[in-house]
Design a protein around this ligand. Structure first.
Ligand code: UDX
Length: 454
């Protein structure tokens, strides 16, 4: 462990554990910065293979912890082995580190744990070290509610699913009016595809149910039923979006796209990204590339080509780059805030969704797995700020992609989507104003937390 220590003056001390993916790190590091600015000592714990991220730059005390694997180990390619070990072996490292952090700050007026809700050890560690336990959920409340009530799905014979159709309506989850099978998270729809994912979900929600407080990276006005229903079970605070509190560093080197974007007319550019973990396959890249050429739209595409360069030969049609820019990684929050961006082809990762809504950019939705199908339902059906890329089967053709890009970027659908997303952007931004719902909820959380820390 390496630690950067700052002098502490009898403050309560937050020990913050982000989940080791960009989509979780961004909100968690922002929350850490917000807690520090509210007078807490914060130790931000980062896995060694990721490095200190941007926390040190934000003036937050950092600690690093090993996950037990060599730095060069390919964690994505060995997902099951990695997470089996994170379930079995990692908690002992956390236990040891938390003990050391506590010893290093004997003047603290109290300690609290802020750990990603997906960790499988949070309540055990909090109980052992006498920490107030704050569970941080970095996705929408709808996804949380479904995971929280997995037992209800089991009781109703809907987990695991046997022979029921995609259109089956589930209307017994508290706070969730109705949801179809196809809109559930992928690990519930197909638990056998990557069994470790459902194991993590089951184990982590057992821990979540023992948390003192739940913080959710969502906005009260967008998910009020779900949140009220959860709050009746456990104190739950919608404090989102927490993505924009501080200028946080990206895990990967970014390409500056500002000059290119500035050369484009307002709302003319389609931004395309599939987030930090997943990537389009070759067939999808081919269909999207042909569709881009046939629509003639300006585009900025984040394509992590490093693993694919050789097998992408011949995929791109003639003239492909006449109107577009392809980069391996960019500062997405900056890109989405550019007036030139008029649409976002996204996998519906929650951070991408929130960042798009914040900037008033309508979405073309192509969910891949985990929470993304559920996020898609919110975007397309509940908030009407996006459209689906595929109407039926999740296999795309260039004709359908062209039609959908046209719908997103031009004509009546485009006008309607832009009107709706403007309203949602207003709601999301207002939530963080001094008298906005997320700020009020955050203040309420601090008040309740301080009550527990006494
Ligand atoms: C993961 C899961 O896949 C997602 O379903 C879940 O909701 C959160 O955790 P990820 O796939 O990386 O996240 O997607 P997303 O949540 O959208 O997060 C991606 C983050 O990377 C965003 O904050 C985005 O701003 C950032 N990003 C993406 C960049 O900074 N640059 C890029 O070029 C692309």
């Amino acid at each position: 462990m390496s630690e950067t220590t700052t002098t502490t003056h009898r403050k309560a001390h937050a020990i913050v554990f982000p989940y080791p993916y960009q989509g979780h790190i961004t909100p968690t590091i922002n929350l850490a910065a917000k807690l520090a600015s509210n007078g807490f000592t914060v130790t931000y714990v980062q896995l060694e293979f990721i490095g200190a991220g941007g926390a040190a730059a934000l003036g937050i005390r950092c600690a690093t912890i090993s996950d037990g694997f060599p730095l060069e180990f390919d964690r994505d390619a060995n997902l099951t082995e990695y997470w089996e070990s994170m379930i079995l072996d990692f908690p002992a490292r956390v236990d040891e580190l938390v003990g050391r952090i506590k010893k290093s700050d004997e003047s603290a007026t109290g300690f609290f744990l802020v750990a990603d809700s997906l960790y499988t050890w949070t309540a055990d560690i909090a109980t052992k070290h006498n920490l107030v336990n704050v569970s941080l959920w970095t996705a929408p409340a709808l996804v949380f509610s479904i995971g929280y009530h997995l037992d209800l799905l089991k009781q109703n014979g809907h987990f695991p699913f046997e022979g029921s159709s995609d259109d089956l309506h589930i209307n017994y989850i508290p706070g969730v009016e109705s949801i179809t099978r196809k809109d559930l998270m992928s690990q519930i729809q197909k638990p056998h595809a990557i069994p470790i994912l459902i194991k993590i979900m089951e184990m982590s929600f057992e821990q979540v149910k023992k948390a003192d407080f739940i913080l959710c990276n969502t906005v009260q006005e967008l998910e009020s039923h779900c949140l009220s229903s959860l709050d009746r079970r456990q104190p739950t605070y919608a404090v989102g979006p927490i993505n924009f509190f501080a200028k946080t560093a990206s895990l990967l080197p970014t390409t500056d796209c500002s000059v290119w974007l500035e050369s484009k007319p307002p709302a003319s550019v389609l931004y395309i990204s599939f987030g930090s973990i997943f990537e389009f396959n070759k067939q999808e890249i081919t269909e999207i590339a042909h569709a881009l050429v046939s629509t003639g739209v300006d585009f900025l595409w984040v394509l992590k080509t490093e693993k694919k360069e050789s097998n992408l030969a011949g995929v791109f049609p003639d003239g492909f780059l006449d109107r577009g820019l392809v980069v391996p990684w960019c500062d997405q929050r900056a890109v989405l805030s550019s007036p030139a961006v008029g649409g976002f082809l996204t996998h519906c990762g929650w951070n991408s969704t929130v960042e798009s809504m914040w900037n008033g950019v309508p979405m073309l939705c192509y969910p891949f797995c985990v929470d993304q199908p559920t996020n898609r339902k919110l975007v397309v059906e509940d908030w009407r700020v996006g459209i689906d890329l595929c109407d039926g089967e999740q296999v795309i053709t260039r004709e359908e992609v062209s039609r959908k890009i046209d719908g997103l970027m031009k004509g009546n659908t485009c006008v309607e989507l832009r009107q709706e997303v403007k309203k949602v952007s207003h709601t999301v931004r207002n939530a963080l104003e001094r008298d906005g719902s997320s700020q009020i909820n955050f203040d309420r959380f601090l008040h309740d937390l301080k009550g527990r820390l006494k």
